[in-house]
Design a protein around this ligand. Sequence first.
Ligand SMILES: *Cc1c(COP(=O)(O)O)cnc(C)c1O
Length: 424
Amino acid sequence: MLRHSREYALQLDQLDELAAYRNEFYIQEGTIYLDGNSLGLLSQRAERSLLEILDSWKSYGIDGWTNGKHPWFYMSESLGEMMAQIVGCKAEEVIVTGSTTVNLHQLVATFYKPANGRTKILADELTFPSDIYALESQLKLKGYDPKEYLVLVKSRDGRTIEEADIIEAMTDEIALIVLPSVLYRSGQLLNMKTLTEEAHKRGIMIGFDLCHSVGAIPHQLHDWDVDFAFWCNYKYLNGGPGSVAALYVNEKHLGREPGLSGWFSSKKEKQFDMELDLTPETHAGAFQIGTPHILSTAPLIGSLSLFCEVGMEKIRKKSLQLTQYMMELIEHELADYGFTIGNPRNDEHRGGHVYLEHPEAARICKALKAEGIIPDFRKPNGIRLAPVALYNTYEDVWKTVQILKQIMKEERHKKFDNERGVVA
Ligand SMILES: *Cc1c(COP(=O)(O)O)cnc(C)c1O
């Protein structure tokens, strides 16, 4: 059977041991959803847990904090236990709280302690803008000019960052490093274990933004000895729009005073003593600030149970096969149409999505959407295609490449303007 035939794709689907999980998701008839790295789809389990939480509000009012199937007062911690399996750490090292950017603020406020000539923060120039804005404001709060004190590792090719360049930038002026696990455009996966070792050899703290790897890639945050990490739960983890995020703090740092405190930083037994002296929690819960957003946390109860049940190894294996297959088909079918595959090819450096570059990327995305295929566009010239292990099929990948070929052949994209939408 030809590897580029539809029959071959169908055979891969038949052999796929995760195939049945697709039935648990709401997939719009006639669409192929390849944007699970921006906003994951709703699962029946997530819907159910959200409705259960609404129901406990209906039934218990204020007593929902301690009664019902999922008492709200303990939800951040009980979800942390599930999350620990997903990111490879101890339950006490992780808490479901805040948003990505707020958690970054919290962690930098906690771990950035400029002293003895170590005053600068190291990041990279391809990082997500929100992270840069947060780092700059943290520097300004300490009276440092970000132009001088935020060091950004440069990209050599505009797509990826060389790990050797990051290591070279780990000078004795650097107090703290914040890097993405997977770069949001090119999907490059950085070697977190090696970078952590290299940072620690030089006495530098290091943390990672896991937004584009959590739920797609296995992590061993504890064993790699990563100091801290933070991530959103609405991308591969399917927690829903604006879903509550999470953070991890290595066990050796637990007990540190949170940089940004609030009454939810308290030891749980002490919180309602309402003392003016804060007694912080001894686990990662200390890095919470205020009342948890219960309704935006609720879908995670159902959603994370899927990930714990399947396990990250199987998810990664299928994800790599899907993206590998997609790249192969793209090379075979689209060679004449001016595309460049901008993501790293090898498994060790490839995240969960394929990054296709084309000068007319914006209008090609619009043409794909008109055909029921949901990618996303990233400035200046990128089409991100994320076939997701739990709900995409090999046939989805095959059809996508076929439709893309038709669009290019018939120049259907020319009907659209080449500008990005408000939310690209
Ligand atoms: C999605 C994403 C964010 C989003 O941050 P929010 O605070 O959730 O808006 C931050 N960083 C990276 C790398 C992302 O991919």
